[in-house]
Design a protein around this ligand. Sequence first.
Ligand code: NAI
Length: 248
Amino acid sequence: MKATAELAEGVAIVTGGSRGIGLGIAAELARGGARVAVVARNADRAVEAAAGLDGDGHAAYSCDIADSRACRKTVAAVESRQGPVTVLVNNAGIARDNIVLRLRDEDWTRVIDTNLGGTFNMIRAVTRGMMKRRAGSIVNVTSVIGLMGNAGQANYAASKAGLHGLTKSVARELASRNIRCNAVAPGFIRTDMTAGLPEARVNELTGRIPAGRLGEPADVAGVVRFLAGPEAGYITGQIIAVDGGMAM
Ligand code: NAI
């Protein structure tokens, strides 16, 4: 497999790029020379995030990735405004935690439709162009919870485990077209998603992490940049945990 196009020449879509891990990824790819398309639900935050990135040629798009038509329209808008998409980072994701007995239908559906369905929608939307150009790198942000399971997160764990199957299937389907698809599975990372956890819970979680600390968005972003770029040109279908050793 040939190395994919240099990031420096490419357009990288980052879903959920307006904050947290996604913003860290957008910043890292921008520093690597990519023109970043920040895709998020909240238009104002996406615009603000894109404006704060290093370099030129970045843009913001408001899109609910659970809506397949909106994903198609967004990818078309990115391609006409910024150019052909070389990198897609599927980072947007949500959690609606509860024990199975108390999970409501909408908690199940919304999490599966966003995390798993949304990633599928975006992959399908970029695939035709990447296949024509015979170049592309897709990185899905999953979770160690998709590998380990977690009490109180059946919907979230199922969505992330589903992403692992999706990642490997897409990798097998598109490898001959020089399109790679990998996943990064973060452990506990300091963002809005984890900010609400009580201190006792954070201490308990930290005790389960061999590295002895929560991760930072930059810990994840560096691995995404590596997987997105040409140095990872012979890597596809892999799930790389970035978790301080938690899921060994
Ligand atoms: P966050 O809650 O801080 O940010 C989520 C981002 O996704 C936001 O930009 C939001 O606008 C976007 N988003 C959510 N639903 C969307 C939708 N339907 N359409 C478009 N954009 C949408 O989350 P955080 O912590 O930065 O997480 C990012 C990814 O990393 C998620 O997929 C999450 O599951 C995963 N992750 C996070 C971990 C953590 O400890 N923070 C651990 C493991 C995985």
